[in-house]
Design a protein around this ligand. Structure first.
Ligand SMILES: [Zn+2]
Length: 222
């Protein structure tokens, strides 16, 4: 058994904490496949994008009243930037959030906004469209999920940390095109041949030792 390494919780004042977050995010993305499967081309490209948004080597000098926080190398905003945070929470990186208010503050600082009229308080979560949650007296949360015809289903979430994880999971990359969207058939068909060539080329590339050795990583499959 290895030693447990925990994902640090943003925001970061310490550049090493930012670099640890970046490394764990990339390792987590690498592991988002079945053990025994080859590294996917999309996976490899996503790692490259995340790499472009790595923290700069040196945090800026602190200015009066503001600590020098590590910055994204592409966006020049505090690390993790909007893109990196979206990838991390959208992919389900196990960040040890304390409560929904902490998540909401980090999301908003990075440029992710709640829905119109949304708010997150110690007792209520209204962030993404479609659901809301209210904290109960015993510390659990009741989540209301709209069904058809104005009816609601309710789910119970165990505690503040679990509610925070649930909020983060819905806030990262909501409804990306083309999943769930209407596509233009001509546009969609036009990409097929080039994608087929890219996959064929990748099948050769992924057999190289530096990628092949990652085949054993990932989630065990039943
Ligand atoms: Zn960035």
């Amino acid at each position: 058994m290895g030693i447990d390494v925990e994902v640090p919780v943003p925001p970061f004042a310490d550049p090493e904490q930012a670099r640890l977050f970046q490394r764990l995010l990339l390792l987590y993305l690498r592991d988002l496949k079945g053990a025994g499967e080859a590294v996917g081309k999309q996976q490899f490209v996503l790692a490259g994008v995340v790499g472009l948004h790595a923290p700069e080597l040196h945090a800026p000098e602190p200015r009066r009243g503001t600590p020098g926080r590590p910055r994204c190398g592409s966006c020049a905003t505090p690390y993790p930037c909007r893109t990196t945070l979206a990838v991390a929470v959208g992919a389900g990186l196990p960040i040890g959030w304390r409560d929904p208010v902490q998540v909401a503050r980090v999301l908003a600082d990075a440029g992710h906004e709640p829905r119109r009229g949304g708010e997150v308080t110690p007792g209520r979560v209204l962030w993404a469209d479609g659901w809301g949650a209210v904290r109960q007296d015993d510390g659990s949360w009741e989540v209301g999920i709209p069904l058809d015809r104005g009816e609601y289903a309710t789910e119970r979430v165990e505690d503040d940390a679990a509610m925070a994880a649930r909020l983060a999971a819905t806030a990262g990359t909501p409804a990306p095109f083309p999943y769930g969207w209407v596509e233009d058939e001509d546009e969609a068909a036009s990409m097929g041949p080039a994608a087929a060539r890219a996959i064929a080329a990748w099948d050769g590339h992924v057999a190289l030792p530096y990628l092949e050795e990652h085949r054993r990583r990932g989630a065990p499959r039943a």
